[in-house]
Design a protein. Sequence first.
Length: 295
Amino acid sequence: MKPAEVLESFSAMMVLALVLGLLLGGFPAYTKEVSMASLAVLMTLSLATVNLGEARGREHYGHAAISLALNYGLLSGVILAFRPFFSGDIWQGWVLMAAAPSAVSVVPYMGVLGGRTSKALFSTASNYLAALAIMPLMTLVLMGSAVSAYSLVSYLLLLIVLPMAASRAVIRLSVPKRTNSVLMNISFAVLIFAVAGSNREAFFSDLGLVLAVSAAGLARTFGTGLLTDFSLARLGVDKGERIGYVLFASYKNLGLTATLAVALFEPAAAVPATICIVFEVVWVIFLTRWYPRAR
């Protein structure tokens, strides 16, 4: 691939960042600050694709309610079911993932897969508004005093609310879609490089842990996604509707998860999110080939 093609390819950039992070060890210092800055930029650019003016109508409320139930009910429930298999910082990483909202990338993925983007826009915004209450509550209930409510809410304001506001200004700049996509890929790559590098020792010193987290990642991504697709197909839901629900049932904001893990706990808490990012990349590649056959 040519350099420009690599920059435009989400999957290529993620694989490159992961490999380089593991080989080079990430940044020598300020991993937390770099992670938060890159995620704030990524969130701003991603949310700039969400124009609520395009998502109006009563039918969107039903879609948002079901999407919220799938993301915080089914997907979070599956993640929390891993409790008997993990402990310590690794378990805290899973809890943060369960408490995180859906990935903003659900919106552009809907367009790529032929789904109804307007509903995804409204459902994503609803998911993030709900996350402002659900994340602090779920984390405090499941981890008790391990997390300061003040600290968590502060990070949520910095990494969700502020990017939401900044994204409105970015929309007015009319940044070309291609440029926005490349900047998003670079921001996410910086984040993955930092997080993977800070967890380099965990990847190479504990193969059993990597395999266990990988098995759980496969179940929480492919398992919940395919279960949702098969169930809705049996109910007669058409492809255009199924795609959105499948994405909300299988995608979490792992950038936010990894950043909060590094900020609030030891770097090892970011291992589940870092490994699951790989599965989410493979998952969307799989879906681009799955749905043409699932009409």
